[in-house]
Each structure stands twice: as C-alpha cells, then as structure tokens.
Design a protein around this ligand. Structure first.
Ligand SMILES: [Zn+2]
Length: 173
C-alpha cells in the first residue's frame, strides 16, 4: 500500500479540506454509493441518469475552470490533469483514449469504478454518475483553446455487466 498522491490542505480553524484550491470531502464508499442508489430508487433510472450526467458535466467544467487558474494550465493539459486527479482521489482509474476535439470523439477507459466495485454484477451499466465528467472537462478544454464543441458520452460497457473494465464513448452532441 502507499499514501495518497493528492496533497490535502486542512484549515485548522474551520476543518475544511482543500486540494488545488477547491474544498474537498472524503467519504466512505458505502455511504456515497448508498446515496446514489437511493436517488436512483426515488427518481427512477432515467431521471437519475440524466441528473447525474448533468451534475457530473457541470462539476467537471467548474473544476477545470477553477484549477486552470490555480495551476496556470490551459486547454487539454487541464483535462488530462483532471483525469489524473480524479484517479488519484480514488474514484477509479480514468484513462482517456484517442481524444480528438476536432471530430468530437474519444473514449475514456475506467478501471475499478467505485460504483461497479461496490454494486458488483448487476447486468447493467452502473457508472452514469461518471458519464458527464469527460464531456464537461473536454468542452472546457475546447473553449479554452478557442474552438468550442458540444459533446456527450455514454457508458457503453460496465464491469457490472461482466466486462473487464468500464468504457465511455464520447461523441458530438
Ligand atoms: Zn461501469
């Protein structure tokens, strides 16, 4: 085992944690997945997936916008740093593949998704909450590079369906 690669600053007065200048929290996986499952039960699968996608997209965009200023980074470097950071924070190992902003295509391979690991084999894709992360981060990078594009993504295979890893396919919206 090894220690986290993400630096965490703790304000001793407030107890607030920050990384890359953003407030962060550290939660047990069973709690986080339990909240997702409860939301899906309450909203129904379709609405839950739409809302989870939208929130993930928004959060990725906002993270990239904030961290680009703090780290003085631009464009796709910010997106790649985002993929590195979410991987280092324990959400699973995210690996972008064949990203092409001009064509608006690419894939993100995800190993060890917390949703799939926790829920096990369910026979369906379980990682909807991650699906907006790639498009949100890539759309931010594209507009930062002066060539805005609208993207969407879908989880096309999931460990919960018995696949070896999860995969998100990105395309123009
Ligand atoms: Zn999955």
């Amino acid at each position: 085992m090894s220690q986290p690669e993400v630096p965490i600053d703790v304000d001793p007065a407030t107890g607030i944690w920050t990384t890359d200048g953003l407030p962060m929290i550290y939660v047990p996986r069973h709690y986080f997945v339990g909240v997702q499952t409860a939301m899906e039960d309450a909203l129904g699968s379709e609405v839950y997936r739409q809302r989870a996608y939208a929130q993930g997209h928004k959060a990725a965009w906002e993270w990239c916008a904030a961290v680009s200023k703090v780290r003085n980074m631009r464009g796709l470097d910010v997106f790649n740093y985002y993929m590195q950071r979410v991987s280092q924070r324990g959400w699973g190992l995210f690996k972008p593949e064949d990203i092409d902003l001009d064509r608006g295509t690419g894939r993100i391979r995800l190993d060890n998704s917390v949703m799939a690991l926790h829920l096990g084999k369910t026979g369906r894709t379980q990682c909807a909450m991650y699906a907006g992360w790639g498009p949100g981060g890539l759309e931010w990078a594209a507009q930062d590079m002066g060539k805005p594009v609208q993207l969407t993504a879908e989880e096309t295979q999931c460990v919960s369906q018995g696949h070896a890893h999860c995969l998100f396919e990105i395309r123009k919206a």
